[in-house]
Write a protein that binds this ligand. Structure first.
Ligand code: MLT
Length: 387
């Protein structure tokens, strides 16, 4: 029998990180000692107090049944409490917070709630692939907003044609940014809100990296800006903040109509997050800052070593103020893909090719600070020797 894939799946390129995983598996099979600084998957374990809370929670029979669709109230209250403490933003846990099976799940599904065939969705490029893939799954059309060095890796909203803004239904944004590591300014967010109001565009801000910052310079939340709740929502994940990528838990906050729409899709597609994970996540969201400061200082040490190392090799690189990513120009004579393969073959270092995040990412490679200091030092040494 021959099973034909649906057109929407046939036209998709292989998912970037699945392809990276394949490259990694192949290199390991060949016996390479690989330094993997490609995917943003923290190598530091989940803090012990969260794991202990999970052990207790998993033993409770009431958690073994279906969870509620929107998330336990205790979890949504913990999210609201965290927003109040961290950003000074008030949220109604009943209507303005929704649990997600990781922020990727919500980002991937939101287009199904609001996008009709042919609607445009504004997506940053380079950007997290799920913004445009979710759009395509809803038969919408991504309109790519280039993030370039010249525009400080912020989209130039004034450059978007009027006809596009009129057809646009949603806009995805992500600051601190993956892959460029740029942070947003209040002024930029104010401009976004103005455009969103004028053209009736739903803003979906992905803030997964808001807690990975350096020198105490805390990134802002879109929700802190006046009028944000009227135009959109903010996605968050516990993955990067608490080293919980494997746990699959996140949340979305903000505009209650947008949250209701996404909730309607989710009630039809999934059955919520395992309650034991939610209970442990309540503990996570109340983690003492000193524990997070320790994680941040580990990343800061790695960042400083990678920055100095890459600079000493002569690579063009800027020092991230937030996120654990480095957006590095590939040396002359290489494409993103060629340089990634060169590093894999000649240095045993795995990065992510910039063009995998979209065409404007061509000419860059992304490194993630997800390996110990010794391995980062060794990666720098091996890159130096390979060039
Ligand atoms: C990345 O490397 O960009 C992230 O790990 C992707 C993700 O969070 O799904």
């Amino acid at each position: 029998m021959k099973f034909e894939l649906a057109e929407r799946v046939k036209s998709l390129p292989p998912y970037l990180f699945a392809r990276i995983d394949e490259m990694k598996a192949e290199a390991l099979k060949r016996g390479k000692d690989l330094i993997d600084i490609s995917i943003g998957d923290p190598d530091i374990p989940t803090p012990v107090h969260i794991v202990e809370a999970m052990k207790k929670a998993v033993e409770k029979p009431e958690h073994h049944r279906y969870p509620s669709y929107e998330g336990m109230l205790a979890y949504r209250e913990a999210v609201a409490g965290w927003y109040k403490r961290r950003f000074g933003v008030e949220l109604d846990p009943q209507t303005e917070v929704l649990s997600l099976i990781g922020s990727k799940e919500g980002i991937g599904h939101i287009s199904l709630a609001f996008v009709n065939p042919g609607d445009l969705v504004l997506c940053p490029s380079p950007g997290y692939p799920v913004y445009s893939i979710g759009t395509l799954f809803a038969d919408g059309e991504p309109y790519y907003m280039p993030l370039t060095e010249e525009s400080n890796f912020l989209p130039d909203l004034k450059a978007i044609p009027e006809s596009v803004l009129q057809r646009a239904k949603m806009m995805f944004l992500n600051y601190p940014n993956n892959p460029t590591a740029q942070v947003a300014t209040e002024e930029f967010f104010r401009e976004v809100i103005e455009v969103a109001h004028k053209y009736n565009i739903i803003v979906c801000h992905d803030a997964a990296y808001s807690e990975i910052y350096y020198e105490g310079r805390k990134p802002i939340s879109f929700m802190q800006i006046e009028g944000a709740k009227e135009v959109g929502v903010e996605f968050h994940s516990l993955s990067k903040t608490y080293n919980m990528t494997g746990w699959r838990i996140g949340f979305v906050v903000g505009n209650r109509e947008v949250i209701k729409g996404l909730g309607k899709i989710k009630t039809n597609l999934d059955s919520g997050v395992f309650q034991a994970i939610q209970e442990a996540s309540v503990v996570a969201l109340n983690t003492e800052e000193s524990i997070l400061d320790e994680i941040r200082s580990t990343y800061q040490q790695r960042r400083d070593i990678l920055y100095e190392g890459l600079k000493s090799i002569g690579l063009e690189v800027f020092k991230p103020e937030a996120t654990f990513y480095f957006w590095v120009k590939v040396p002359k004579g290489y494409t993103s893909e060629e340089f990634t393969i060169h590093l894999l073959e000649k240095a045993g270092v795995l990065g992510t090719p910039g063009n995998g995040f979209g065409t404007p990412g061509e000419g860059y490679i992304r490194f993630a600070l997800t390996a110990p200091v010794e391995r980062i030092e060794e990666a720098v040494q091996r890159i130096r020797e390979s060039l």
